[in-house]
Design a protein. Structure first.
Length: 199
């Protein structure tokens, strides 16, 4: 069975959505380890309460390459095959990414390539788009830029605030992240250039 390693920095609601689907048998994989890079991440507590194998590897003050070697060692210790970034707020080094070619997924709260980076929902409101959403993509060496696996659109309403828009986007995140993991686990796709195409 595929062994997932889930990296978090904060709340961990996407981790929760994935864990629910694993527990229900809708994702045929095992969560081998959850790693938080911040000791105060609420998602860490939540993962432990669920009985998941969750650890904190604090990244504060550590050089990216040094930290990523620690991260890699922890993932290798748990024989992780697929890495899922779930609100992991730290760039990964090229060396780390090369260790998991097309085996790292990320979720981003916009319709990429629009609004990469921080505060994507705020960027969308500021720009005045009428439609935004979320994207699950493979991670490559550019920020929020790898081949797109799934997207969901969310209309922007006139009275939206960052909070209300983020809540509606998050609802879709919790739906498409598990779905994207299922697709990747099934192997029912091929990557042609930037395109992820169903087999
Ligand atoms: C989500 O909006 C995700 O798209 C972004 O960070 C947020 C994480 O939320 N990358 P959570 O920690 O999964 O609740």
């Amino acid at each position: 069975m595929t062994r997932l390693g889930i990296l978090i920095s904060g709340r961990g609601s996407n981790l929760g959505a994935i864990a629910d689907q694993v527990a229900a048998g809708h994702i045929t994989a095992e969560i081998a380890v959850v790693i938080a890079n911040r000791p105060e991440a609420p998602g860490l507590e939540a993962a432990l309460r669920r009985g998941l194998n969750a650890v904190c590897l604090p990244s504060k003050g550590l050089d990216r390459e040094v930290y990523d070697r620690m991260l890699l060692a922890e993932l290798e210790k748990h024989a992780v095959d697929l890495v899922c970034l779930a609100g992991y707020m730290r760039l990964l080094s090229a060396g780390f990414i090369r260790k998991f070619p097309n085996r790292i997924l990320n979720i981003h709260p916009s319709l990429l390539p629009a609004f990469p980076g921080l505060d994507a929902q705020h960027q969308a409101l500021d720009h005045g788009v009428k439609l935004t959403g979320c994207t699950v993509h493979f991670v490559d060496e550019q920020l929020d830029a790898g081949p797109i696996i799934l997207q969901a659109a969310v209309p922007v309403q006139d009275d939206d605030t960052v909070e209300t828009l983020s809540t509606r986007i998050l609802h879709e995140e919790h739906r498409i992240y598990p779905e994207a993991i299922r697709l990747v686990l099934s192997g029912g796709y091929r990557i042609e250039g930037r395109r992820v195409i169903g087999k």
